[in-house]
Design a protein around this ligand. Structure first.
Ligand code: UDP
Ligand code: MG
Length: 315
């Protein structure tokens, strides 16, 4: 069974067109399927339109969030309710093309766990979207060691057990290939089509690329140093602090025992800087430790609140 998960935020014109196209493609596969729309707090007619679709077609399922929690939370909720062995994610705005789904599935069948779309010919503004994304993709590839051209492409196919394994937050849905790879998942990419947005406006600008890059460092950090931030920051901070103190002690002795003037020495300034930097890093380590403990404690909660579910069983 195939589950298609689609985060939807104010996409009233797009949803009906997408549904028809998607249905055409999925029907031709001769497999069982479900389409899970996760309405991320839309305030246009999207919720009513989804309801109508779900009334007519029981394979259309709807999760409606109480408010806007973001695309990642929406995907996370979709993953939780998905019943398929394969999960496909895509945007609701028809920038991804349902016609690419069979190709993704074929690739998955070759033995991959995640097949990621690559918008080789991306139809978004260059300066505000494509260029920042290219930089972000480069950084993410370097940091994670999983080299994909297009982490940001929502059109992806996952083996369900892999997709369901992770708790997603921030902008993290795009790092699933990198996270899963750490657990031995086989990841690949194939070129997919990309269309300009027909109706409605993009919900993102350049600020989101910055968030994405910060996120990846956080993810890397959480994965590798999760138990020892105090050790990483604190150890280095402590070292700097010690060197600084030794320098200042040395200078104090010079002053006391030889009477030489130490005021103009670069070493004096270096010592002060090291002490300050050391204290800063140490406190960063302590704060990081606190944050990580809080993070662990908060892991029990879901990052969204559901208002209504249609065609979905309680779980
Ligand atoms: N989206 C969402 N919640 C949000 C923002 C966006 O569910 O807070 C959905 C949106 O409806 C669309 C997809 O995420 O289906 C991608 O959004 P958008 O097209 O605005 O992003 P872009 O294609 O410009 O990167
Ligand atoms: Mg879009």
């Amino acid at each position: 069974m195939i589950s298609v998960v689609i985060p939807t935020y104010n996409e009233e014109e797009n949803v009906p067109v997408l549904y028809e196209k998607l249905k055409g493609v999925l029907d031709s596969l001769n497999e069982e399927y479900e389409i899970i729309f996760v309405d991320d707090g839309s305030y246009d007619r999207t919720p009513e339109i989804l309801k109508e679709l779900a009334d007519k077609d029981k394979r259309v399922k709807v999760i409606r969030f109480r408010r806007n929690y973001g695309q990642t939370a929406a995907m996370y909720a979709g993953f939780e309710y998905a019943k398929g062995d394969v999960i496909i994610t895509m945007d609701a705005d028809l920038q991804n093309d349902p016609e690419d789904i069979p190709k993704l599935l074929e690739k998955l069948q070759e033995g991959y766990d995640i097949v990621s779309g690559w918008r080789k010919d991306r139809k978004d503004p260059f300066l505000s979207r494509k260029l920042p994304s290219r930089i972000a993709n480069w950084i993410i590839s370097r940091v994670t060691g999983v080299e994909l051209h297009d982490y940001g492409c929502t059109l992806k196919a996952y083996r369900a057990d892999i997709a369901k394994r992770f708790r997603l937050y921030g902008d993290m849905h795009r790092f699933l290939p990198a996270l899963a790879n750490r657990f031995g998942a086989r990841v690949t990419e194939i070129p997919v089509k990309h269309h300009p947005r027909l109706y409605g406006k993009s919900k993102y600008g350049i600020g989101r690329t910055v968030r994405v890059i910060l996120d990846i460092f956080l993810v890397k950090f959480l994965n590798e140093y999760i138990t020892k931030p105090l050790y990483v920051f604190g150890g280095f901070g402590f070292l700097l602090l010690c060197v600084g103190v030794v320098i200042e002690l040395y200078l104090t002795f010079v002053k006391l025992f030889t009477g030489e003037d130490i005021g103009g020495r670069p070493l004096l300034i270096l010592g002060v800087l090291l002490i300050l930097a050391g204290i800063q890093l140490l406190s960063t380590g302590i704060i990081a430790e606190l944050i990580i403990r809080t993070y662990y404690e908060s892991r029990g909660e879901k990052p969204y609140v559901i208002d209504e579910k249609i065609n979905l069983e309680e779980h």
